[in-house]
Ligand binder design. Structure first.
Ligand SMILES: [Zn+2]
Length: 107
């Protein structure tokens, strides 16, 4: 659970409050991670306003069966990788690069 008190800054940018939408989507670190993943998939996107909007867009795809499964797993792998990177930074003071997080999310 992410503490949403007034003192919790995003550990990636240390600028904005750490909310789920910021941490997993709108933070420059997370945004660049999604961009890296989407470039690999040769997809263009516009950053949506919420995680729900991202999920709706992500799961409304036209991939064939195998690609669709990999694509859908990539969504959860990206969220999980961002969460692990956040926890490594907060609890172990270990910084992960966008490439490490993004590549770690891909098949
Ligand atoms: Zn941030």
């Amino acid at each position: 659970m992410i503490y949403e008190g007034p003192l919790s800054k995003c550990p990636f940018c240390v600028t904005f409050e750490e909310t789920p939408h910021h941490l997993f989507l709108h933070c420059i670190f997370s945004w660049n991670t999604w961009c890296l993943i989407l470039v690999w998939w040769q997809m263009l996107w516009v950053c949506p306003p919420s995680l729900a909007d991202l999920a709706n867009w992500w799961f409304d795809n036209r991939f064939r069966r195998l690609e669709r499964h990999i694509w859908e797993v990539t969504f959860f792998a990206a969220l999980w990788s961002l969460w692990l990177a956040r926890n490594d930074l907060v609890f172990n003071n270990v910084s992960r690069s966008i490439t490490e997080v993004g590549v770690g999310s891909m098949p």
